[in-house]
Ligand binder design. Structure first.
Ligand code: GLN
Length: 205
C-alpha cells in the first residue's frame, strides 16, 4: 500500500524537507508519495506530516486563518505521525514562551505535553551546530543545526526525551509525535527523515 507524506507548506523550510523526505523514501525503497500541503483538504489526504522550521507565529496565524489548524490537531490526536522541526515543534507544544518577550498568545496545536522556551539559544547570529545522540531511535550521531532554536524546559510524564545539548532538551517523542529543536533538513544526513518515513509506513500498513 502506498502512503502519502506531506510537508506543511505555510511558511518555512518546505523545499528542503520535501527533498530530504523524498531522498529518505528512495533510500528505503518504500512506496510513498511526497507532497506539500497547505489547505484542510490537502492535509486530510496525508498519512504523515512534517511541520517545518520557520517562524511559529506566522505558521500558527496563517494555519488558523485558513482552517488548517483544526484538522491538523484532529489528525494528530487520531494518531497521524508528525515530525515538528524547530518552529514545527513549537506548533506541537502546549506552552511556548519566548526567552526575551515571554508569552505571545500564538496559536498552538497543543498535542504534545511540553513547555518550550522559544529562541532559547539566542538570536540568528548565535546559530550553531552540535553533535546529537538519539540512541533510543538508533541515531547515535547526528549533526544538529540550531537556528533561533527553542529548547524544551519541561516534559509531561508520557513524553520521551530523545536528546540534550548542554543540559537543554532538544528532541522529544511521544508515540507518533516527534519534535526537534534542530534542522535535519539542512544536513545531507536523512536518517531522521528515514526514521519518520518508517513510522508513517508502519502505522499505515
Ligand atoms: N525562533 C523561531 C520561532 O520561534 C523558530 C526558528 C526556526 O524554526 N528555525 O518560531
Amino acid at each position: 500500500m502506498s502512503v502519502t507524506i506531506g510537508v506543511l507548506s505555510i511558511q518555512g523550510d518546505v523545499k528542503e524537507n520535501l527533498l530530504s523526505v523524498q531522498t529518505a523514501v528512495e533510500q528505503l525503497g518504500i512506496n510513498a508519495s511526497v507532497c506539500s500541503v497547505k489547505t484542510p483538504e490537502e492535509i486530510s489526504r496525508v498519512d504523515g506530516l512534517i511541520i517545518p522550521g520557520g517562524e511559529s507565529t506566522t505558521i500558527g496565524q496563517l494555519s488558523l486563518v485558513n482552517g488548517s489548524l483544526k484538522i491538523l490537531k484532529e489528525k494528530i490526536e487520531n494518531g497521524m505521525p508528525v515530525l515538528g522541526i524547530c518552529a514545527g515543534m513549537i506548533m506541537l507544544s502546549n506552552t511556548a514562551d519566548d526567552r526575551v518577550v515571554g508569552k505571545t498568545d500564538q496559536p498552538l496545536l497543543d498535542v504534545l505535553d511540553v513547555k518550550l522556551e522559544r529562541n532559547s539559544f539566542g538570536r540568528q547570529r548565535e546559530s550553531f551546530e552540535a553533535n546529537i545522540s538519539m540512541n533510543s531511535i538508533d541515531i547515535p550521531n547526528f549533526n544538529g543545526v540550531f537556528i533561533r532554536a527553542p529548547s524544551v524546559s519541561d516534559v509531561g510524564s508520557d513524553v520521551e526525551v530523545l536528546s540534550k545539548v548542554n543540559e537543554k532538551i532538544v528532541a522529544v517523542k511521544k508515540g507518533n509525535i516527534i519534535g526537534t529543536s534542530f534542522h535535519p533538513e539542512l544536513t545531507q544526513d536523512v536518517s531522521l527523515h528515514k526514521y519518520f518515513v518508517n513510522l508513517v509506513s508502519n502505522q499505515s500498513n
